[in-house]
Write a protein that binds this ligand. Structure first.
Ligand SMILES: [Zn+2]
Ligand SMILES: [Zn+2]
Length: 448
């Protein structure tokens, strides 16, 4: 699985009609990545470096990167968080990295790690105006290439503007040795694209939402590869784990091309966000993002199959979908949202109003859209569902809601309300617009 290098570091005119500009200059996945990284920095005239890791990532890769830097004669400062568990991208972590940056005054910071280390270094280095590069240690999430930082300030998850890394380096041997829950989470985050790509194409087919076929293919190909090679990932084949990592990086590149997360985050992510919300209320435990997305993918495949059967029943007489409108959002809905969502309600109210404005600006064609045209847009993903399902089993993504600390009541609530969380159109909105959501939820829960 190749990294989508053709799109990196310069503006590229695309077949979709737009010019995409991905800020990351370089991605390297290969053996000896530590040496490649120090060579890359030397070519750029870098002199002073600050390496940031935690106790685990320092052991598995940081020491090797530091040795490679010292072998080239760099002046390298080091900040290693002592934590082996529970490090958060919070105020203290940011303050520690900012202090180390002030101390070392580096030309470049190196984040050795995955999620938390990356977000913390991305945010702290952005605040201090220092460029950074990534030495990745796990294929655990699709945010390596991101330019926003997922932080947790005052105990609340929040996404803040930051900068993208200049370059990403990864050694397949290091990736393949990553802790299993991190591999599993990365797998879940990537395989969820089977759904987010469908939500994107559904909206494109109905409303002509902007669609980039290059970004689409960049996400589809590794998702398909991973669905078909889960057993090798499970067995820690370096080739297969590197392909998973490449898929996560390409997902980040696709999002950078689009300027938003449309290709990589749809109804499966909205379910996961809803479960985060239940966890914040203390109604269930917090679980890894990717594990939640993988589990949600099982459910969203059922919703897509249900929807496909409904569309299929309409194709015989050349049936068309002639209206896609959401019920009006009024003061009463504002009140209901405030009583249900509490502190988060205003964001949700704004998203719902925005979604209705967007739909008003993007009407269906006057003659509607043929049911078989919508069905055709659900391929090839629909045909990949069996492989996706088998791969989720192979990766031990739970089948039982108790594996995610969810019960039947919470699941029903999730499927009835997840569409409220974001302004983005998904299959849930389609079902609402046809007056079908309650029937689909009943049908899907009964069949599972
Ligand atoms: Zn995700
Ligand atoms: Zn494009």
């Amino acid at each position: 699985m190749e990294i989508a290098r053709a799109w990196l570091g310069r503006p590229v005119a695309c077949a979709c009609g737009r010019t995409h500009e991905v800020p990351i200059a370089h991605v390297h996945v290969g053996p000896g990545a530590a040496a490649t990284l120090s060579g890359w920095l030397a070519e750029r005239g870098v002199q002073r470096i600050l390496l940031v890791a935690d106790a685990n990532t320092y052991d598995v890769h940081g020491r090797e990167v530091l040795a490679a830097l010292e072998a080239r004669g760099f002046a390298a400062g080091v900040h290693v968080f002592p934590q082996r568990h529970g490090l958060l991208p919070d105020e203290q972590a940011v303050a520690a990295v900012e202090a180390a940056l002030a101390d070392a005054a580096p030309d470049v910071a190196i984040a050795v790690g995955s999620g938390v280390i990356n977000d913390t270094v991305r945010y702290a280095s952005f605040r201090r105006g220092v460029p950074y590069v990534v030495a990745a240690t796990a294929p655990s999430m699709d945010g390596y290439a991101s330019s926003v930082a997922a932080m947790q300030f005052a105990g609340v998850k929040t996404t803040l503007p930051a900068h993208a890394p200049q370059a990403i380096f990864a050694d397949p041997a290091v990736l393949a040795a990553a802790p299993w829950p991190l591999v599993q989470a990365g797998y879940g985050d990537l395989i969820g694209k089977a759904i987010s790509l469908l939500d994107w194409k559904l909206s494109r087919t109905l409303f002509g939402e902007y669609f980039c076929p290059e970004a689409y293919r960049m996400v589809l190909a590794p998702m398909r590869y991973c669905a078909e090679h889960a057993a090798e990932i499970r067995a820690r084949s370096e080739t297969a784990v590197a392909a998973l990592f490449a898929g996560l990086i390409n997902s980040g590149i696709a999002m950078a091309m689009m300027g938003n997360s449309r290709p990589c985050s749809g109804s499966e992510h909205h379910c996961s966000h809803f479960w985060d919300l239940l966890a914040y209320r203390g109604e269930r435990d917090h679980m890894a993002h990717g594990l939640q997305v993988g589990y949600a993918t099982r459910w969203m495949m059922r919703f897509y199959r249900w929807t496909a059967r409904w569309l299929q029943a309409r194709t015989a007489n050349g049936g068309r979908v002639t209206q896609v409108t959401l019920p009006p959002w009024t003061e009463a809905e504002d009140q209901a949202a405030r009583s249900f969502y509490g502190a988060g309600a205003e964001e949700i109210i704004a998203a719902q109003r925005e979604k209705r404005r967007w739909l008003a600006d993007h009407p269906l064609p006057a003659e509607g859209v043929a049911a078989d045209e919508i069905l055709a847009a659900l391929e090839p993903e629909l045909s990949l569902f069996a492989a996706v399902e088998a791969s989720l089993d192979a990766m031990d993504i739970p089948q039982d809601p108790r594996g995610l600390d969810l019960d039947a009541r919470q699941l029903r609530l999730t499927f009835l309300r997840a569409y409220e969380l974001r302004s983005r159109f998904t299959v849930f909105d389609f079902l609402v617009s046809q007056g079908l959501l309650a029937a689909a939820v009943d049908g899907v829960l009964a069949e599972a």
